[in-house]
Design a binder for this molecule. Structure first.
Ligand code: HEM
Length: 319
């Protein structure tokens, strides 16, 4: 074989390898043509009986991807209980049963083909659509990881952190201020437990007082739902007045002092994130479009592709 042929072969092989190792829209089109439909049916079925599943599944993708990348590590249960989903900041996560149900169906149709990490990403998109949010193409081709550790999730962005800490934590993962604003806007649907309101309502920045940025009438409402010393498991809407519909109303709330989570209100405390909140509140169409782009960015974090990772048989356990 001539030197040129060998070089061409090496080039071709490296091209094949790099193609195998990339996310792409429609990754399962030939290997499991029904994959996206199967996930969609599982999510739609669950949503019909319990609409609260949509925000849970959207949140699940964030919590999977922000720790060790989008590798399905959030889904794992370990005999010693030291898995990622047991971390403090992962409290209240749900939707695992829907992922498991989709996986069971997928394994019966296309065994060993579709990763749990991809099911999470597809289920999040389908949840956005079911709540009347934007459709966006989900890149697939992720593979599942081999570790899931409670300690790796010890530094999740917290609801009582100042804006610069939130920006730093997103930037550390390669997510911009724009991603921070757009992805935080996932809080346009769903609820929080009063547990996450304690600092904001009673001891903002160690003052022993509520967050002064809360509009007075809204503060009274929040204190009524989450009184000091009350049941921390009571849940309240994250987007007051529109928690069931994916829309830009959440952004208006931030501007009028009626955001619920402190981390959402904090988006006004930096000129860049503030300008983004103002822009997207004025431009709901841009918000819908750009939210999808930021979800794609989120879905690219630390992915395992090609020959890295594997395809789990069950999402809650390593093979
Ligand atoms: C900026 C950092 C973030 C912080 C501090 C934060 C914090 C929280 C907290 C405290 C809750 C309430 C959890 C509960 O009581 O069950 C929550 C719920 C939620 N989060 Fe976030 N979050 C952040 C970013 C994100 C991102 C990036 C997404 C998705 C792209 C997301 C999606 C959701 C959704 C949909 C819910 C509602 C869950 C439900 O109704 O069960 N969050 N978040």
């Amino acid at each position: 074989m001539s030197q040129l042929t060998v070089l061409s072969l090496i080039f071709l092989l490296s091209l094949v390898r790099s193609c195998q190792g990339q996310l792409k829209v429609g990754f399962y089109d030939s290997s499991c043509p029904g994959a996206e439909g199967i996930v969609n049916s599982a999510v739609a079925r669950a949503f019909t009986s319990n609409p609260a599943i949509a925000p849970q599944l959207l949140r699940l993708q964030f919590h999977d991807c922000i720790v060790d990348g989008c590798d399905g590590s959030i889904l794992i249960n370990l005999p010693n209980g030291k898995q990622e989903n047991k971390a403090f900041g992962n409290q209240g996560l749900g939707g695992f049963n829907v992922i498991d149900e989709a996986k069971t169906k997928l394994e019966s149709q296309c065994p060993g083909v579709v990763s749990c990490a991809d099911i999470v990403a597809l289920a999040a998109r389908d949840s956005v659509v079911l709540t009347k949010g934007p459709f966006y193409d989900v890149e697939t081709g992720r593979r599942d990881g081999f570790s899931s550790s409670i300690s790796h999730a010890s530094d999740l962005p917290g609801e009582d952190e100042p804006i610069n800490a939130l920006q730093d934590k997103f930037a550390a993962k390669g997510l911009s201020d724009k991603d921070l604003v757009l992805l935080s806007a996932a809080h346009t649907i769903g609820t929080t437990a009063c547990f996450f309101m304690g600092v904001r309502l009673n001891n903002f920045e160690g003052t022993g007082r509520p967050d002064p940025s809360i509009a007075p009438a809204f503060l009274a409402k929040l204190q009524g739902i989450c009184p000091k010393g009350g049941d921390v498991n009571v849940r309240l809407a994250l987007d007051d007045g529109s928690e069931k519909v994916f829309d830009a109303h959440y952004l208006d709330n931030i501007l009028t002092g009626t955001a619920v989570l402190q981390s959402d209100a904090a988006l006004l405390n930096n000129p860049t994130t503030r300008a983004l909140v103002e822009f997207y509140a004025r431009s709901p169409d841009a918000f819908r479009n750009d939210f999808g782009l930021s979800m794609v960015n989120l879905g690219r974090l630390g992915v395992l592709t090609g020959s890295n990772g594997n395809i789990r048989r069950a999402c809650s356990a390593f093979n």
